[in-house]
Design a protein. Structure first.
Length: 458
């Protein structure tokens, strides 16, 4: 059958048209001429019936059109609202961009007034990114670029008035920071002034810098930051190389730092640095107590090795700095031991060369050539490395070893080497690491310098 409303062909029976949605009714004429719906008709015997007549109700199709119309109106309303939102959003964005452009423009004008042309150019370029047709920014950008080009010409020798104003302000800030002892700010502002104009009031800037370097270095000394203090003293001496006050401050800092570097490891070397420091500046940091304690610890070290006379001397030197009854008693005890200790036999200072050792040509052979008397509490091993022509061999490594301890020295241009501040009177083995050599044993002795030469065999 076909839908009477839209003509859509329908297979089978259906209550509604699948195409337009119209309700379908099946009617036929009864024998007495009345119209009956098929679902209400009484069943009758099969007879020849007239063809069925189909009728539709129009209200289903009308309802669909109404729904479509309402949907269309809603869609149009949404599109209208979206368009309005976009329109007003664009207006707001234009307003924001315009405000931003004006802010960049005003900053550019401010930089131009201060002579900061590079910064002004950047601001005007930012304006044109936001508003390419900003006439005022276009004009000022051209002026700034022209001014920058003129400033860059080789013939320009004087700074502009705005640059002078800027340098004057930085110099005022520099003096204020110096008065406040704000050393990091002083260093920063001085570097800025030199970068802007190396000639601007340079003598005054250097004088302020010199004082800041020296004063800051002294503060670092009190904080036990010796390496940093030395760097500042060196920078001060670059400005005033002959300044005796800074030279003395640097010397004291070096002695203290070197003495503390050997603290607890080598008391002889520790005292070699602290004693001169104490004599130059007895109130320098804690050098008085440090020197006293180093004497005591060195005396204890010697007493453990039953070198009583040398220990007694160290205790006596400590008592001269800080007297104490306990240390006095300890010294008296070592004096008693020292008086009963036999004196060492006098050394033969005029040693004759030992028996020559047969060695292949080119091999370096060690020889004890001399013993030199020194202070009793010290012990050194020194010597030279000589070639076939008795010329010193420089730049070669000499190794000293005792048990599992070893150290290395490098010969100077004359072939000399030295191992000072040795702490144990034992036998040491010397070896040349960079040249063919035979190991050589030499005894360390308190109060002696053992001179050992290595000669190249012919």
């Amino acid at each position: 059958m076909e839908c009477p409303s839209c003509g859509f062909k329908i297979r089978g029976k259906a209550l509604f048209c699948p195409n337009c949605g119209s309700r379908l009714e099946y009617v036929q004429q009864s024998p007495d001429g009345a119209t009956l719906r098929l679902d209400e008709a009484e069943p009758v015997a099969p007879t020849k019936q007239p063809a069925p007549v189909y009728q539709t109700q129009k209200h289903g199709c009308g309802m669909s059109l109404t729904v479509l119309a309402i949907a269309a109106v809603v869609v149009l309303a949404i599109l209208g609202l979206g368009a309005a939102g976009i329109y007003y959003g664009l207006k707001d964005r234009d307003k924001v961009e315009h405000q931003a452009a004006e802010e960049h423009y005003n900053k550019g004008i401010s930089h131009m007034q201060q002579g900061e042309l590079e910064l002004a150019i950047r601001e005007f370029e930012a304006v044109l990114l936001l508003e390419p047709k900003h006439d005022r920014a276009i004009t000022k950008l051209a002026e700034a670029r022209e001014g920058q080009q003129v400033a860059a010409e080789p013939t320009a020798t004087a700074t502009t008035a705005s640059e002078d104003q800027t340098l004057a302000k930085v110099f005022d800030d520099l003096r204020i920071a110096n008065d406040n002892r704000d050393w990091p700010t002083v260093f920063t502002l001085a570097d800025e002034m030199v970068a802007r104009d190396p000639t601007y009031r340079r003598a005054e800037v250097d004088q302020i810098l010199f004082g800041a370097y020296y004063a800051s270095g002294q503060e670092l000394v009190q904080q036990d930051r010796m390496k940093e203090a030395l760097r500042l003293f060196d920078r001060a001496l670059e400005l005033q190389p002959d300044n005796a006050e800074v030279q003395q401050a640097r010397k004291l800092a070096v002695l203290y730092m070197n003495g503390m570097a050997y603290w607890g490891a080598d008391w002889a070397t520790t005292l070699e640095n602290l004693v001169p420091l104490y004599e130059l500046a007895p109130d320098y940091r804690d050098v008085r107590q440090r020197t006293h304690d180093a004497y005591v610890y060195y005396g204890d070290f010697l007493a453990e090795r039953e070198d009583w006379c040398a220990a007694e001397k160290q205790y006596g030197l400590a008592l001269e700095i800080v007297p104490s009854s306990a240390l006095f008693d300890k010294r008296q005890e070592t004096i008693g031991y020292c008086s009963r200790q036999p004196s060492p036999p006098a050394a033969d200072i005029t040693l004759t060369p030992g028996a020559q050792i047969n060695a292949p040509s080119g091999t370096f052979v060690g020889e004890l050539t001399e013993l030199i008397e020194i202070e009793h509490g010290r012990m050194y091993i020194r010597g030279r490395v000589l070639d076939k022509d008795d010329e010193g061999v420089g730049g070669t490594r000499v190794q000293i070893q005792a048990w599992n301890w070893k150290a290395t020295a490098v010969t100077d241009g004359g072939g000399n080497y030295a191992f000072d501040g040795l702490a144990n009177p034992v036998t040491y083995t010397l070896t040349l690491l960079d040249l063919p050599s035979l190991p050589f044993d030499v005894a360390g002795q308190w109060g002696r310098v053992s001179m050992v030469e290595f000669h190249e065999a012919r």
